[in-house]
Design a protein around this ligand. Structure first.
Ligand code: MG
Length: 264
């Protein structure tokens, strides 16, 4: 009795699978997509469509870098902030940093630098390994807006990796905000910011605000008086997959006959 019951249940469970999939109507969205570009990733982890901003040898991609030094494949923070010569909007940024060792100072005074997306929006770089400070100012924070979800900082002298996905803010002609900036970031492969919506820029002295700026702006690395090292910096400009809505979405049956989708 029990096995007969199970047999009946099994038949019901398998019923949808036993239908001929060819006979089922297929949904088609009517969009003609452009083929996604083919990207390869080198042994060094750099995607083939990335712009390398620092490969360990020279500072030719940076402005105001006279006082920064290149040593053992790293660029070391010196007097004055440096900015990329090129400007960027929506992007994927990979950057590695290492706090000075032995550590000196405490709180915001230990291994402080920062990565300013579009010259205005800082994701904090700080030696936050066993170093207390305000949470929305520790490593991986959007400065004065949100702490990172977790603290994944490695000890000073070791390398930290940020992988950042940046959506630029959009502005209307009259200077008002059309859409805010968003950031997603991983610190050493661990998610720390998940599509966080920025409230504006990230100054020390006033609340965040949006001020209309160009669609593309340089990346800026901060000099906060501590010799923080950076290496392996690359960036990819990003955009959504491109396609054109050629026709309304439709259904197609196994004989190739097409029919519109009826709204219910
Ligand atoms: Mg900073």
């Amino acid at each position: 009795m029990k096995s007969a019951f199970h047999f009946v249940c099994l038949c019901f469970a398998l019923a949808p699978l036993s239908q001929n999939p060819i006979a089922a109507d297929e949904y088609l969205n009517g969009i003609k997509w452009e083929p996604p570009a083919i990207i390869t990733v080198g042994d060094n982890g750099v995607p083939s469509d990335a712009i390398v901003l620092f490969d360990g040898t020279d500072l030719s991609s940076w402005e105001n870098a006279d006082n920064w030094e290149v040593e053992a494949g790293a660029m070391i923070s010196g007097k004055g902030d440096v900015r990329t010569k090129e400007s960027f909007g929506d992007c994927q940024l990979h950057i590695e940093w290492s706090a000075p060792t032995p550590p000196k100072g405490s709180g915001q005074g230990r291994g402080n630098s920062g990565i300013f997306l579009m010259n205005n929006y800082e994701i904090q770089v700080l030696d936050s390994y066993d170093n207390e400070t305000y949470f929305d100012g520790q490593a991986g924070a959007i400065y004065k807006q949100t702490p990172p979800q977790v603290n994944a900082t490695r000890p000073p002298g070791e390398w930290n990796v940020y992988d950042i996905i940046w959506t630029a803010p959009r502005f209307n002609e009259d200077g008002t905000l059309q859409s805010p900036a968003f950031i997603t970031a991983l610190h050493n492969g661990v998610l720390i910011l998940n599509h966080f919506q920025l409230k504006g820029d990230t100054p020390f002295t006033r609340p965040p605000q949006y001020n209309k700026h160009a669609d593309r702006m340089p990346i800026r690395l901060q000099d906060h008086g501590n010799p923080v090292s950076f290496r392996n910096i690359w960036i990819r400009e990003i955009k959504d997959a491109q396609g054109e809505q050629e026709r309304e979405p439709f259904l197609r049956n196994g004989k190739g006959e097409e029919r519109p989708i009826e709204s219910e």
